[in-house]
Ligand binder design. Structure first.
Ligand SMILES: C[S@@+](CC[C@H](N)C(=O)[O-])C[C@H]1O[C@@H](n2cnc3c(N)ncnc32)[C@H](O)[C@@H]1O
Length: 257
């Protein structure tokens, strides 16, 4: 596989957390069975609405290839397959086979009940090393996943590499909201209440990890900069929950040198 063509592919250090990919994968394997329930509960079902906004931004590409990276239990890829039947291939990829097992079960049910028409492909692979050809994807999405990738710059390089020119990258992610009373309230919920609820239903590590991973993630302007440096042009940005959750759509543009 060729290396990423990005001008900023050089040093790629983890942002502050030294987690290894295998420890991240095994944490998600352990919480996989409770993941959907906790997601819906802890976000008061807002996660469904945010993913719906992402689905609405998927470009129309007949016979296209759609890659949902860090697909987890498959909510994005299933919704994409249901609403964008013009695509030929839907690939869900993750480092946690436990999470994808739940996704595959949901996909089988939805196929049988006619909610989706396509069989989906599930691949165990890292966003840092996507086992697909250069310029082979029309759309790449990553929802609540980029924050968990150890070397995020490597993942962004890989998204740029596998996308066709004009292809679309969709990132849905939590960020630290800036300023204001509502953002302080949210921070309190995120750092103190959410880990307690998470701990009641799941394991301690996973739900104290969530606020930490957000705190060490890019700021919105850092992410914009990272994308621009890789020849992406951002054409949509949406804020939810006072900026605590953001959706970014970026198009890969031709290298014109
Ligand atoms: C919070 S879940 C999000 C799952 C799903 N996208 C969603 O919207 O619910 C994060 C997922 O990222 C996956 N992940 C973490 N690091 C990854 C990496 N380097 N490559 C691929 N997937 C990764 C985890 O295994 C986990 O399934």
């Amino acid at each position: 596989m060729s290396s990423a063509p990005s001008p900023t592919s050089a040093p790629s250090t983890p942002m502050t957390r030294p987690d290894s990919e295998s420890s991240v994968a095994s944490m998600f394997d352990r919480i996989a069975g409770r993941y959907d329930f906790l997601n819906r509960t802890l976000s008061a079902r807002q996660d469904v609405r945010w993913r719906k906004h992402l689905i609405d931004l998927i470009p129309y590409r007949p016979q296209g290839t759609f890659l949902d990276m860090a697909t987890g239990t498959g909510d994005v890829i299933l919704a994409a397959a249901a609403s964008h039947q013009e695509y030929a291939d839907f690939i869900g990829a993750d480092i946690s086979t436990g999470m994808m097992k739940h996704g595959a079960d949901k996909a089988n049910y939805q196929l049988k009940s006619g909610m989706i028409k396509h069989a989906l492909t599930w691949r165990t692979m890292s966003a840092e090393n996507i086992l697909l050809e250069d310029q082979s994807c029309d759309c790449v999405s990553i929802s609540f996943g980029l924050r968990n990738v150890v070397y995020k710059a490597n993942a962004l390089n890989e998204f740029s590499r596998v996308l066709k020119n004009g292809g679309v990258l969709l990132i849905l992610e939590f960020f630290t909201p800036q300023g204001g009373i509502m953002s302080r309230l949210f921070q309190f919920y995120f750092h103190y209440i959410l880990p307690i609820i998470g701990r009641l239903f799941s394991e301690k590590e996973a739900y104290s990890y969530l606020p930490k991973s957000v705190a060490s993630f890019y700021t919105p302007s850092e992410l914009r900069e990272e994308l621009r440096n890789r020849n992406f042009r951002i054409d949509v940005e949406k804020n939810f929950l006072f900026g605590a959750c953001r959706l970014v759509r970026a198009r890969k543009i031709d290298n014109v040198f």
